[in-house]
Design a protein around this ligand. Structure first.
Ligand SMILES: [Zn+2]
Length: 242
């Protein structure tokens, strides 16, 4: 296996034809930030803290205004922490085109951020925000990109250091112009991810389980992630504890 697949050094960039991805970072408990380009269309995936800074370095101001879709796998802060900045930035620079935010049903974080944003700025928002709650995992289409959401296994503590519960969590497979990228978000090993990653041009797999720690049902070990990664044509491990 090429050694680079094991080393997570950010940013990670990958492209096949008209479908490309740049992972600015994916550090557990800190931040994730992913930009997908499909032709001229720009999507953000799991915009954690720092995403505005990162796309500001990467894109022209016109491109920053044209971002049309945000895909959120789950509501943990390291995956949504940059949304307030994005929404506010677009208000300040007078974005005119709408933005869709896709998220799993029950993800209260997205709805709360959205509600708070509207309550603070309701009279001065230049663009439309469409919340796109995903409840049935049916394939959807955004700017001619096919997007297949799939359920994954991820948990959080309900009480300090004790009980855990499943959180609303999805992975997404993006298909455009004959190329495909499968991103599992945060997840323990689960069958939908195994199926979706298989034969993808690129699989992005989290390996967030701390080495030597017992399986917590929240994350995959490096070995589990690699095993799934090998069924795709190419893969990267992300969210490896640093
Ligand atoms: Zn998480």
């Amino acid at each position: 296996m090429p050694k680079q697949n094991l080393i997570t050094k950010y940013p990670i960039e990958w492209r096949k034809g008209k479908l490309g991805i740049k992972i600015f970072c994916s550090i557990p408990k800190i931040a994730t930030g992913i930009l997908i380009s499909a032709g001229d269309n720009l999507f953000l995936v799991d915009p954690g803290d720092g995403i505005l800074r990162d796309i500001n370095k990467e894109l022209t101001s016109g491109q920053m205004l044209s971002v049309s879709n945000i895909f959120v796998t789950h509501g943990h802060h390291d995956h949504v922490g940059g949304i307030w900045s994005l929404l506010t930035y677009w208000r300040v620079v007078h974005k005119l085109t709408p933005v869709n935010i896709y998220y799993p049903e029950g993800c209260v974080e997205i709805e709360s951020i959205h509600r708070a944003f509207l309550s603070v700025y309701s009279k001065s928002i230049s663009y439309k925000i469409h919340l796109k709650k995903i409840s049935n995992n049916r394939e959807l289409s955004a700017k001619n990109v096919k997007v297949k959401p799939f359920p994954v296994l991820h948990k959080e503590y309900v009480e300090l250091h004790s009980k855990q519960k499943q959180v609303p969590a999805l992975g997404y497979k993006f298909i455009y112009d004959g190329s495909s990228i499968c991103y599992g978000g945060d997840t323990a090993r689960c069958e939908p991810l195994v199926q979706m990653a298989k034969n993808s041009d690129l699989a992005i797999l989290e390996a967030g389980l701390e080495e030597g720690e017992p399986d917590d049902g929240m994350h995959m070990s490096v070995e589990e992630a690699i095993q799934i990664g090998k069924t795709a044509k190419d893969f990267f491990l992300v969210h490896v504890p640093e």
